[in-house]
Design a protein around this ligand. Structure first.
Ligand code: SF4
Ligand code: SF4
Ligand code: FES
Length: 367
């Protein structure tokens, strides 16, 4: 059984800088993926179309590209529903990486960042007394379970808006990889790694937009990895960055008053001098009723609840990355285009907060 599939593909010639949106109409098997469709285009319509592929089964990470503006693995993307809805998706190269030709991007900046986090184990453990295997408990491995699933496809990097603002930002893939080794009990360089990751272009540049987590085709959840790196840094006393100070103040404020005391956020995060420089701005905000008076501090009626929560987390030792491990839940969200357990695909997509991206049947993507 075949189906008719329409595709609009952004072609790009890096020598001339020319861009052109080219439309194709092809006949493809009903089970075809986006990658299968591109193969048909290349074989039967235009042999000059450039894209990457290798494994065709979501393992090698070669076929990252954008469909309707969101990164996908072409070999994971089934086309049946899209074709049935009469939708013609727009296919383009991944974002945040220079385009070489059509859908092929230059991965050198990606690999440079990958290498910058020393993505290999630097052993720092004692030999087991029996000289045999160094066994790690499942509980400990859960800390890095998701991070170990990365296939280096670049879909997260493509969508990272912090990287758009600062191309030198280490980025979601490299940071997820860094967490894979920071959280490995066999690694001997945890503190050195955290020190480096807290520097310029490091973990605190992340804007927490969660696009990396949304687009990762393997459930790695890079934003979660970055949160773990931040929490573990603060547990180890590495908190000199403004981002760390900001996060600390949130905790202090919630614990002491049950509210976020925004008026004190700037001096606590950026320091007194920076706060004084912003006095005029603060006064303007105050005149418009946007800044509550700092004194007396507003204390929530049920502040004891907030303090109990803080004590509970502390007493259970859930500081550092131990407070953020949620690997199994994230893996449970990974559908691979079919249902998970008893849940159908429809039930998964219809849950609150789930998105059909990149394909949205009711809305045509802007060409
Ligand atoms: S959550 Fe952070 S790392 Fe992930 S895409 Fe957004 S800015 Fe980038
Ligand atoms: S974290 Fe996910 S999206 Fe990013 S490179 Fe790894 S597998 Fe791809
Ligand atoms: S071709 Fe290997 S991941 Fe798609």
């Amino acid at each position: 059984m075949t189906m008719q599939v329409g595709l609009k593909v952004w072609r790009f010639n890096s020598r001339t800088g020319e861009r052109e949106l080219q439309e194709f109409e092809i006949a493809a098997p009903e089970e075809a993926t986006l990658l299968d469709c591109l193969d048909i285009v290349k074989d039967q319509h235009d042999g000059t179309l450039a894209y990457r592929k290798s494994c065709r089964m979501m393992i090698c990470g070669s076929c990252g590209m954008r469909m309707d503006g969101a990164a996908v693995l072409a070999c994971k993307m089934r086309m049946y529903d899209i074709a049935q809805a009469g939708h013609v998706p727009v296919i383009s190269a991944m974002g945040n990486l220079p385009i070489v030709k059509d859908l092929v991007v230059d991965m050198d900046p990606f690999w440079e960042k990958f290498n910058s986090v020393n993505p290999y184990l630097q052993p720092g453990y004692e030999e087991p007394p029996d000289g045999k295997e160094n066994l790690i408990t499942q509980e400990r491995m859960n800390v890095i379970h998701k991070e170990a699933l990365c296939i280096n496809c670049g879909c997260c990097v493509s969508e990272c808006n912090a990287m758009e603002a600062d191309p030198l930002f280490t980025g979601p893939q490299a940071l997820a990889k860094a967490m894979r080794f920071v959280g490995d009990p066999r690694d001997g360089q945890k503190l050195a790694r955290l020190e480096k990751l807290n520097g310029e272009h490091g973990i605190w540049e992340c804007t927490r937009c969660y696009f990396c987590t949304e687009r990762c085709p393997k459930g790695v959840d890079p934003r979660d990895a970055i949160a773990k790196l931040g929490a573990e840094s603060m547990k180890e006393g590495i908190d000199r960055d403004m981002g760390a100070k900001h996060a600390k103040w949130f905790v202090t404020s919630a614990r002491t008053t049950g509210w976020l005391r925004e008026t004190e956020l700037v001096p606590k995060t950026q320091g007194v001098v920076a706060a004084i420089k912003q006095t005029r701005f603060a006064l303007d905000l105050a005149l418009k009723g946007k800044v509550p008076p700092p004194f007396p501090p507003h204390v929530a009626k049920d502040v004891k609840e907030s303090r109990r929560l803080y004590d509970l987390v502390r007493d259970q030792g859930r500081d550092g990355y131990a407070g953020i491990v949620q690997g199994e839940r994230a893996l449970g969200r990974l559908s691979h285009g079919h249902g998970v357990g008893d849940q159908t695909l429809e039930e998964i997509y219809d849950r609150p907060g789930a998105y059909h991206r990149p394909f949205i049947a009711d809305e045509e993507a802007d060409a």
